[in-house]
Design a protein around this ligand. Sequence first.
Ligand code: THU
Length: 138
Amino acid sequence: MRDPDAALDELFETAAAARAKAYAPYSRFRVGAAARGAGGAIFRGANVENASYPVGVCAEAVALAAMALAGERRLVEIAVVGEAGTLTTPCGACRQRILEFAGDGDPVVHVMGPDGTRLAFCARALLPHAFGPAAFGR
Ligand code: THU
């Protein structure tokens, strides 16, 4: 059986490694994300900004797109690592993206507090009364 602490360490380490690949020349705010699907695999992402600012994409969006591309449709948990000393929680749009792959579950969103401690939130608590796949009977 998998050690839950080691599994979470791995998720955060993957997010931190992805963060090193971020392309954030405008905000200089680099973010990494690591998403674990129901199958156990981890998919990573980093923010990729653009000279046309709104075109940039968040780390979570990249990680979830990689997960979907691999055929995984169920998100179990996602870790997000931003700049040290900041609390980087997913933006509103990424909360919506996270719930798209929640199924009938409630993915855990792991983040770092400003002091480096780990915090965990339930995705459904981060976006109450969300519009989602259920509106389409899914
Ligand atoms: N960003 C993310 O990638 N994820 C978050 O959870 C918060 C914000 C990015 C978007 C932009 O490239 C930069 O951080 C500053 O907002």
